[in-house]
Design a protein around this ligand. Sequence first.
Ligand code: AVJ
Length: 327
Amino acid sequence: MTALSAILPEIRQDDATVFARDVIAGLSATPKRLPPKYFYDEAGSRLFEKITRLPEYYPTLTELAILDGAAAAIARFAPPGAALVEFGSGSGAKARRLLREMPGVRAYVPVDISAEFMNGEAARLQAEFPTLAVLPVVADFSGSFELPAAAHAMPRLGFFPGSTIGNFEPHEVTAFLARARNVLGQAAALVIGVDLVKDPDVLHAAYNDSRGVTARFNRNLLVRINRELGADFDPGAFEHHAFFNRELRRIEMHLASLRRQKVRVLGRCFAFRAGETIHTENSYKYTAESFAALARGAGWAVGAVWSDPQDYFSVQALVPEASKGGI
Ligand code: AVJ
């Protein structure tokens, strides 16, 4: 981790430029939009952790229960001496559950965009599993990234929980899954959490919690843009909107301008009509069939699916298309 902090300043500067470019491009577009990956600054990561503990937010609790019940079966997809590569690790709570059942795994490689948050959690996990090599990578896993050299020599098992895949457009899912095959190796498996299509009322409640944590999470994006890009958003002048788009089978989150207003970002002026929204997130929901079809398009087959009794959420083991049924 010493080496990591040594290269950090350089990465951060580069990040700021990319963030600025993405924000300007998104606010210049019609309709206005911002990429959801930018929710996760330090405050945003903490707000998201809070969301995962809300009674209405079923995905996390459901996925944890599925992982607890299926950990031994999932462990069979880890080759001996493997590196467990987690895309978007967050708190590492889910990896912990798998690692306890995977004594043969030699390394844990969490890949996350939020350096501060991840490094703290990685250190804690290292203390819990002293013989495991914990090798964090600070990167945007939606693009291409390099594995640490030590992990190159090991067989790999991919882990992408939390239904973060739901943030990707369907064509991006295929691209991501194809890239994941390259990072993990052509023989590797990928364990992925996929949220399922369900009663719209259940979906609505999960993204409109009664305590307003999701609303704060959404608005924090404006707070972050103010702080990091010197913008003058009034977060209180934007309202949290979240609804299920039935046709596209996705939750959409927006920030709706409560009045006509102008906002300055990096010397540029952006005008909002009353009611005009910034589209901040899509969270796609899948059926077993619709996800299997996307996976197939990227050369993966569904080797196993685990879900809860209500079929709210699924954990799926993807395997190379020609070799169904684990290793
Ligand atoms: C982290 C993308 C899975 O889509 O449910 C939670 C993010 N947004 N509440 C999701 C989120 C609003 C979450 N993912």
